[in-house]
Write a protein that binds this ligand. Structure first.
Ligand code: SAM
Ligand code: SF4
Length: 329
């Protein structure tokens, strides 16, 4: 699948649920309205959708959410898709999780063929962790990370940079993660969805963070890539990698290779644009995949050049109305 700007689309992110056991302040409202179950694709439909994308050229799939591991029986989806690894068209199957349930599922994920997992963790302070997630238990997440590493999964930590919240913690987080053989990626907060908090108050440009961290660490530029938008440096003192995802200070769309499907089967060709294609209709209209394949091809043919995220006083409204928990990170 080649889009109008010559980019090959080989990476699919699939949100398997809009539900979550956390309520991170930058992601969800305190009392979000979740979708009725009838609107959400069954696990069999999600598998069929993924199979269509694999047939059309996708070779990496990341399962996300909401919180993917709170969806009942989701491990069966990993096991079914895992069968497409090793010669079945899929090179990599991964997930992004808040880690709360990871201790219960790590071994089965590894057995299904998952090799890497991204865990979102914004602070190592239990009280702050509870505050930012509104209900999360840091100890459970740390136990999940332990379980993942014991199961042989390569863990990466994603941390959203939040002004006046974790801005004094990046040095500690870097040392902690690298000390455990875990790479760390810092992410700028993106203007998505109506949340209760003030987006401008949370926004911290990573250019500032990087300059501050450079006073404590020595960075070596690296070409290391994981197929995503992060740019990495090697930290001389720890030996680990530190990534920066900067959708606001640096546009990363030129190399975009991905599209996203929500748990209702809506295909978003860009995280930061409203245009979308409904894949649930062709999926449910026929057992045959002809209409589905056509709908996917038509959508890829109008993938936009990029997003226009911006956070300043003149742009107080979100760039897109849907929250990150809908399209998945
Ligand atoms: N629940 C899982 C988790 O937290 O990892 C997966 C879904 S979550 C929406 C995926 C990622 O998006 C998380 O790393 C989260 O921190 C990030 N995220 C959510 N809202 C964001 C926002 N407005 N700006 C930047 N990152 C955001
Ligand atoms: Fe849930 Fe992930 Fe959103 Fe936090 S960032 S509320 S864990 S979906």
């Amino acid at each position: 699948m080649i889009d109008p700007f010559g980019r090959a689309i080989s990476y699919l992110r699939v949100s398997v649920t809009d539900r979550c056991d956390f309520r991170c302040v930058y992601c969800m409202a305190e009392n979000p309205t979740f979708l009725p179950k009838t609107e959400v694709l069954t696990l069999e439909e999600i598998e069929r959708l993924c199979t269509a994308f694999i047939r059309l050229g996708v070779d990496r799939i990341r399962i996300t959410g909401g919180e993917p591991l709170v969806r009942r029986d989701v491990l069966t989806l990993f096991e079914r898709l895992g069968q497409r690894l090793d010669g079945g068209g899929l090179k990599e199957l991964t997930l992004t999780t808040n880690g709360s349930q990871l201790q219960h599922h790590a071994a089965r994920l590894a057995a299904a063929g998952v090799k890497r997992v991204n865990v979102s963790l914004d602070t190592l302070d239990p009280g702050k962790f509870r505050a930012i997630t509104r209900c999360g238990d840091l100890a459970a997440v740390l136990a999940g990370i332990d379980a993942a590493q014991s199961a042989g999964l390569k863990v990466k930590i994603n941390t959203v940079a939040l002004k006046d919240f974790n801005d004094k913690e990046y040095e500690r987080l870097t040392a902690w993660a690298h000390g455990r053989g875990i790479d760390l990626t810092l992410i700028e907060t993106m203007p998505m969805g109506g949340i209760d908090a003030d987006r401008l108050a949370q926004y911290l440009p990573l250019s500032v963070v990087r300059a501050e961290l450079a006073q404590h660490f020595t960075f070596a530029e690296t070409e290391h890539r994981t197929g995503g938008p992060a740019r990495y440096v090697r930290v001389y003192e720890t030996g680990g990698l530190l990534g920066f995802i900067t959708p606001l200070t640096h546009n990363f769309c030129e190399s975009c290779n991905r599209v996203r499907v929500t748990c209702t089967g809506t295909l978003y060709m860009c995280l930061g644009q409203e245009d979308a294609a409904d894949l649930r209709l062709p999926l449910r209209a026929a057992h045959d995949d002809t209409m589905l394949d056509q709908a996917i091809a038509a959508a890829i043919a109008r993938k936009p050049k990029g997003h226009d995220f911006m956070i300043d006083r003149r742009h107080a409204a979100p760039a897109v109305r849907r929250p990150m928990s809908m399209t998945g990170g």
